[in-house]
Write a protein that binds this ligand. Structure first.
Ligand code: HMG
Ligand code: MG
Length: 301
């Protein structure tokens, strides 16, 4: 057991969260959300994605959001890019870094980005070559790392295989995503073990959705192995429109509360974060799914 002393939280609420909302959230609300998160101490944030607006209309205004957001030094403003066209949009918007994404499930990949896993890796070659040329760091995500909505079982070896290929393409982090939130702690550790046999443990990140209420336990299982790169989403927003049944990512408030209790530094101020969770939830017209946000509501004023 070697818990990290410090972790880096990648806040994905403005992208993974809002991509899944039925109602269109206007750019000014997205901008305020991002700025409030940064004021709460978030230093790495996904502001949106440059994907086809036909596929994910909720993210069509990412360029506008990027143009309007007040940028702070020391904060990484990242966007998701599915192809070379998305990369061009990312660069034009001034993104600090990008995320490329594939999956351990063939069917999910097909439904999400309309190509096979092998084709997606091919498609990312020009993106990564351009990013290297432009000095833009990139991380990579492996969806369905702990299960798929379409297949019975995802073998840890299949996750390791895609993770290794993305790492060999120069990604500085490989984020293992439990897209539909089905993982459990021992399963999480088995998959991380399999991936850590082929790439360094230090570059492995985790991105867990909380559909079955297991995400915090799974983060704890990952922390126990020394993983220090965690994705989470304010107010527990999120899901993937192409993964049936996927609900939100684990709430950043719940993760920060757990980390605070364990003496692990995240740099995020819980009170400000909870206020931000209520800001976006009030806008969306519902309470945050986060137990911590609900428990702390009365203590905010
Ligand atoms: P396609 O239909 O195969 O591609 O989609 P295409 O090249 O034929 O393009 C279709 C149309 O989109 C064309 O427009 C293109 O110009 C346009 P048309 O000629 O019909 O008017 N287009 C674009 N527009 C803007 N930006 C672009 C872009 N590319 C093409 N970058 C494609 C292939 C990859 C584009 C599509 O499948 C797509 O955009 N998919 C994205 C789906 C998505 O965003 N899913 C959610 C994010 S992933 C996720 O949430 C998982 C994650 O959180 C980890 C986890 O939890 O698992 C990361
Ligand atoms: Mg996700």
């Amino acid at each position: 057991m070697a818990y990290p002393r410090k972790v880096r939280i990648f806040e994905v609420g403005a992208r993974d969260g809002l991509q899944n909302e039925k109602q269109m959230v206007p750019a000014d609300i997205k901008v305020e959300l991002i700025e409030r998160l940064v004021e709460a101490g978030v230093t790495a944030i996904e502001t949106g994605s440059f994907v086809s607006p036909k596929w994910v209309p909720q993210m069509a205004d990412t360029a506008d959001v990027m143009a309007r957001v007040t940028r702070y030094d020391g904060v990484t403003y990242a966007v998701l890019t599915p192809n070379a066209r998305g990369y061009e949009g990312a660069v034009a918007s001034g993104a600090d870094e990008i995320e490329i994404f594939s999956a351990a499930s063939e069917i999910f990949n097909q439904k999400n980005i309309n190509c096979s896993i092998a084709e997606s890796l091919e498609r990312f070659i020009p993106v990564t070559e351009a990013a290297k040329r432009d000095g833009i760091p990139y991380r990579a995500s492996v969806s369905c790392a702990l299960g798929s909505p379409f297949e019975e079982e995802i073998a840890p070896a299949a996750v390791a295989d895609v993770a290794k290929k993305l790492y060999d393409m120069g990604a500085y982090e490989i984020s293992l995503a439990d897209t539909i939130g089905v993982g459990t702690p021992i399963r999480t550790q088995r998959v991380i073990e399999a991936v850590a046999k082929v790439i360094p443990l230090e570059v492995i990140g985790v991105h867990f959705h909380d559909t079955y209420g297991q995400a915090l336990a799974n983060y704890h299982a990952a922390l126990e192995m020394g993983i220090s790169k965690l994705d989470s989403s304010v107010a527990g927003l999120g899901g993937c429109p192409y993964a049936p049944g996927a609900t939100g990512n684990v709430a950043t408030e719940d993760v920060v509360y757990m980390l605070d209790g364990m003496g692990i530094e995240s740099g995020i101020n819980l009170t400000r974060l909870v206020k931000t969770a209520w800001f976006i939830s009030d806008y969306l017209g519902r309470a945050p799914v986060s137990s911590v946000a609900r428990a702390l509501k009365e203590k905010l004023n």
